[in-house]
Design a protein around this ligand. Sequence first.
Ligand code: PMP
Length: 351
Amino acid sequence: MDKPFLAKLRRIDPYVPGEQPQSDDIIKLNANENPYPPAPGVQETLRTFDASRLALYPDANGKALKNALANRFGVKPTQVFLGNGSDDVLALAFQSFFCSEQPILYPDITYSFYPVWCDLFRIPYETVPLDENFCVNVRDYDKPNGGIVLPNPNAPTGRGVSLDFLEDLLQHNADCVVIIDEAYVDFGAQSAVPLLSKYENLLIVQTMSKSRSLAGLRIGYALGSETLIATLEAVKNSYNSYTMDALALAAGEAAVKDEAYFQATCRKVIATRDRTAEELRALGFAVQPSLTNFLFVTHPAKKAPEIFEYLRQKKIFIRYFKLPRIDNYLRITIGTDEQMDRMIDALRAFL
Ligand code: PMP
């Protein structure tokens, strides 16, 4: 071989995020972003931000944002960890907590970044099949494991589990870390936050990308016991002390402090979701019950890739995963009422 260094390079199949088209005339329903702008306080914070502050490093500990989140969730600031989007928080959590020889467990249909991190960090894993309705059976997790990661609600199915389910899971898995990925929890599911005071091995990961309309700023956080958070901090500080920039820290704080705007935005998305689900059912789609800002659907008469391509031609972008068990399903992010009307009209014309 004339380039022997090639044999030494890392080979990996990366996660592929939803496309980010640059054109303005596209209805973008493919990355579970929020169709509404962030809280007015975020705009104000960005407008009045003094650029000379950027000459200095940001607060590596993100104290003000941690205080705001601790206050919002009724925990101590030492129980809050911050990251550059929840992908960053999850990647660090995988490295921090999944260090055993035993496989970690997660559903066979779930966030497709999990296997990528397992591969990257060489973590053994086993997928646990969802049932035929895409529901999780808690008893399937009663087996020796190196840790568990479960999104609640799950993605891309949209289905959620109850607080009783989560408590059962934690009671039967006290000897490993259980990560609950609550990226979509604000759209109607039950958060595991009330269980934090009882279970030291519980880590909850949330994001400002969805319910707080801040996907572009990259803010994620974890809530957990002081022991878990201190471990995450140590691992983070072993690779990059400054994962959060000064703008994100300031704007994130403004977003958390506007509870009324947050609640109102979530209510709007939920109302549009429920109405859209009904209209899709009227067009013959089977629609999974959703507690998220997206719908997971299939049509008995038309193949998912055909519907996907048709909508794409009409400049409506949704998401299709060519993966086992779900390759005839589509994931549709909830946009504004007007965007959903245009999508429904296009589907009606197609069908
Ligand atoms: N978890 C799940 C289940 C997701 O769908 C996403 C969004 N792709 C994330 C975490 C990561 O979101 P972010 O990095 O924007 O916080």
